[in-house]
Write a protein that binds this ligand. Sequence first.
Ligand SMILES: Nc1nc2c(ncn2[C@@H]2O[C@H](COP(=O)(O)OP(=O)(O)OP(=O)(O)O)[C@@H](O)[C@H]2O)c(=O)[nH]1
Ligand SMILES: [Mg+2]
Length: 361
Amino acid sequence: MDKPKAQKTALHEVDGISRPESISRSSIEHVTRLRKKQPTAQELVNGILAGDKTALSRSITLVESTNPSHLEKANDVINQCLPHADKSLRVGITGVPGVGKSTFIEAFGKHLTSLGRKVAVLAVDPSSSLSHGSILGDKTRMEELVKDENAYIRPSASGDTLGGVARKTREAIILCEACGFDTIIIETVGVGQSETAVHSMVDFFLLLKIAGAGDELQGIKRGIMEMADLIVINKADGDNIKKAKLAKTEFNRALHLFPAKNSGWQPKVTTCSAITHDGVADVWQIINEYFDLTKNNGFFGLRRSEQNSYWLKETINEQLKNNFYSREDIAALLKQNKKAVQNNEISPFAAATILLKKYFE
Ligand SMILES: Nc1nc2c(ncn2[C@@H]2O[C@H](COP(=O)(O)OP(=O)(O)OP(=O)(O)O)[C@@H](O)[C@H]2O)c(=O)[nH]1
Ligand SMILES: [Mg+2]
């Protein structure tokens, strides 16, 4: 309570100078507030169209948000970007963990930017959503590309369903294209169903492999072989070159056994080293041959419009499902019916009918 004597001394003069300090603090707060202020949809769109990566990142974050209040703004941004999208080439890359996807994308991406292209790398990896494990690894394996002004790298969106993650990536493609990226690379790890999801959002699908002990085709899912437009046998360097060449012959033979593709394209096999960069330029050359062919024969546009219809349906399915399960009255009724189904008091079909009737009431 007793005021300290010191306040009466000349030292107290400091008070007079301290005022500007409080002004500057409030101005700092003002700036911080401005920074935190959420940009409007229009500001985001303007930023994206001007090629601003920060606006792009913020918009992708908005699209990825699970907060229902962000949905309208996200859709607004996407709709405004849509007329400026669709001008890129979309390439999907898959391969089992350790095959060299990140290292390859670094080498391939740098090759593309050296040719004057603008490259965006997105990922579909539902398994990374909890750990975000692969991001750290990719930051070091894509060191050069991360620093490249003409490249943009975005790790996989998080989400509990593959459908959800894939939809967000699809929307991110549109935003990247509107931001001026003319080559979109979508990476996915070769496990689960994620290849199918990526296949349904790209123009060209590349499967990365490494040469094994000879029985190359073992353990490779038939479905993935069928989706591949190009198989790249990576790590064709050092002692591995010979094995890689043998693997190439074997894959080539296997690919010829598949029925012809609607695209009119005969899938190819090539070897490369993501470390020495040998063969990386050839991969791009082959992809270009594919685009020349499919743009001329009309398949390119046809496939994109089919993909759009597919995603329309997928998104409706996904959102209906989310909406259904997030409703509290449904959750309660579901719990009740689940028990009855488990006790054989009601059939699963009858219970589903009750629940859906309630939903559409
Ligand atoms: N010799 C050689 N090693 C390579 C090549 N490409 C990648 N590697 C090595 O293989 C290992 C795995 O490479 P990554 O690029 O991380 O593989 P990934 O497919 O991205 O792996 P995940 O992210 O775990 O799915 C690393 O130690 C790379 O240095 C290559 O062309 N030649
Ligand atoms: Mg990787």
